[in-house]
Design a protein around this ligand. Structure first.
Ligand code: G4P
Length: 529
């Protein structure tokens, strides 16, 4: 198959949702359709189970599993589909944000009873900012839930999306009869009692037809006709360009658990979802069909087994082909590197691969040379944008608890930060080190890993910080900035890239500081230009 055809047939996407909305179930059903797995339950959930928050061994075990499910690839109707896994747990939200830099589109799963939840809002906001094409799947229609129109309103308002329903439920919960597919113009009916299977798919090109009345009964048929008329009146028609530009979001209804509406979603997805998209680097826009290889590291996974302490760096291929044993330029180190056993990912396994194409993810064995955001090329100096750090939510001083092991401690901290486990800030005033994380969970993970992987011990000390803001002065030499540096010295720190950060101790003090120094900009992400 030619290089261009290989690009054409790739779809790389992520499924995002609030925990428990059904992401794992949907992923599994998609794999079943693709024939990549034979039975439900084959894909281990990598989500961190409720109540596991104090048991970090369990978390580590689950992180171990998640290597296998980090990228799930399968073929469906000649299309190569790469699903990038995104942890739903909020303490790992930053992992998810970074993974979103490597997807070309997303599917958003929403629980019909719970509606739009907090984590969904945050993730969708990131996708919206990047104009990532999104399809919405409203799940668990076999349960009693919110009214379909109310839900569509909620999706529009809370998520700021413009929706166009591609399917519509016929009844709900106990009365759930099936789904009318506006995209394919047919009706999918549930089997009578078990609600476990689709009984039949029936073409209904004209909703007014008697056939519909016979199938679902007069009352339901009349209601459906009314509702579809409303849908067609209220919502914009599907337009592929609008969808691809992130301006219009198709919505499907279904039940992942019961395999309902999943095939429709998949068929539509392979039809409309984008093939690998061009990516902006600091230097220029890079197109997938360029001959020369380039790619970037969006995730690093450490092996938890102390006897094999290598790491796996996940590289998204942006352009050209990635070949085994070919030397590539590690741009940040300005050094040539070669990989003898790059991994490609399949349903739940990984295998050594000779050649990979744009859209694909390769896993590279790494002994500590990579950090998140690193770029590989065939020689050109390119730096891919868009793997930013966000302000952490929690901040603690980290102290060395074993003075004999300070070298190990600093090496450990350094490497864990490169993996993106947390962020390190060094206070200007006294050089003390502060660890910032998205969730409290990471402190346990760091402590445990420092001890078990690096033989170092640490303790933490509380620090009252509300947000870390990256500081952008209008002019480094103006008096206002100089005064800011002097007055706020106690709250200033450097991040790992040596960028200046203001550690605001409260929302109030951040607002006051902004007012007092209007020429200085305070950003909540490290990448603001
Ligand atoms: P997540 O990855 O988004 O966190 O969600 P996951 O797929 O694990 O689903 C969360 C729970 O919702 C699971 O039940 C799952 O079986 C259920 N679920 C998913 N899709 C549907 C659906 O269409 N209808 C109904 N009724 N339930 C659905 P659980 O009891 O928490 O876990 P399990 O013990 O069944 O695995």
């Amino acid at each position: 198959m030619s290089f261009l055809k290989e690009i054409e047939r790739r779809r790389t996407f992520g499924i995002i949702s609030h925990p428990d909305a059904g992401k794992t179930t949907l992923t599994e059903k998609l794999l079943l359709f693709g024939g990549a797995i034979q039975e439900a339950g084959a894909v281990k959930s990598n989500k961190i189970k409720k109540g596991a928050t104090s048991d970090f061994m369990e978390i580590e075990r689950q992180r171990g599993i998640s290597v296998a499910t980090s990228v799930l690839a399968f073929e469906y109707n000649g299309i190569k589909i790469n699903i990038l896994d995104t942890p739903g747990h909020k303490d790992f939200a930053e992992d998810t944000f970074r993974t979103l830099t490597a997807v070309d589109s997303v599917i958003v799963v929403i629980d019909v009873a719970k509606g739009v939840e907090e984590q969904t809002e945050k993730l969708v906001e990131v996708c919206r900012m990047r104009n990532i094409p999104m399809i919405v799947f409203i799940n668990k229609l076999d349960r009693e839930g919110k009214d379909a129109f109310d839900l569509l309103d909620e999706v529009e308002q809370k998520l700021g999306l413009t929706v166009t329903p591609m399917s519509f439920p016929i009844g709900m919960g106990y009365d759930f009869k099936g789904i009318y597919n506006l995209w394919e113009k047919n009706v999918n009916l549930f089997s009578g009692d078990s609600r476990k299977n689709i009984e039949e798919t029936i073409e209904i090109s004209d909703l007014a037809s008697k056939k519909l009345t016979k199938l679902i009964g007069e009352a339901a048929a009349d209601l459906l006709r009314e509702e579809i008329e409303l849908v067609e009146g209220i919502y914009p028609k599907f337009d592929k360009t609008d969808y691809l530009n992130g301006n219009l979001q198709p919505v499907f209804f279904g039940s992942a658990l019961n395999n309902f509406g999943v095939r429709e979603l998949l068929d539509c997805f392979v039809d409309i979802a984008p093939k690998p998209r061009p990516k902006q680097s600091e230097e220029r826009l890079v197109k997938p069909d360029e001959e020369k290889f380039s790619g970037f590291v969006f995730k690093i996974h450490a092996n938890m087994d102390p006897n094999h302490r290598n790491r796996l760096a996940f590289v998204k291929i942006v352009s050209g082909t990635f070949e085994r044993n070919k030397p590539y330029l590690h741009v940040r180190h300005n050094k040539k590197v070669k990989f003898s056993s790059p991994n490609a990912f399949f349903a739940e396994k990984k295998e050594i691969v000779d050649i990979s194409y744009p859209g694909d993810i390769v896993g590279l064995q790494d002994t500590g040379t990579f950090k998140i955001g690193d770029t590989l090329t065939e020689g050109e100096i390119l730096n891919y944008k868009g793997v930013p750090s966000f302000s952490p939510e929690h901040f603690r001083y980290i102290n060395n608890a074993d003075p004999m092991k300070s070298k190990q401690l600093y090496k450990g901290i350094d490497q864990l930060m490169d993996e993106g486990v947390a962020q390190l800030f060094t206070l200007d005033l006294n050089g003390r080190k502060v660890i910032g994380t998205v969730g409290a969970l990471q402190y346990e993970v760091i402590q445990y890993r420092l001890e078990h992987e690096y033989g170092a011990k640490c303790t933490y000390e509380n620090l009252n910080v509300h947000k870390a803001c990256w500081v952008e002065p209008a002019d480094k030499n103006n008096e206002e900035f100089k005064e800011f540096l002097r007055v706020k010295q106690r709250f200033l720190a450097k991040d790992k890239q040596n960028q200046l950060v203001f550690l605001a101790d409260s929302m109030f003090s951040l607002q006051m500081t902004q007012q007092k120094y209007p020429s200085i900009k305070f950003h909540l992400t490290s990448e603001y230009s």
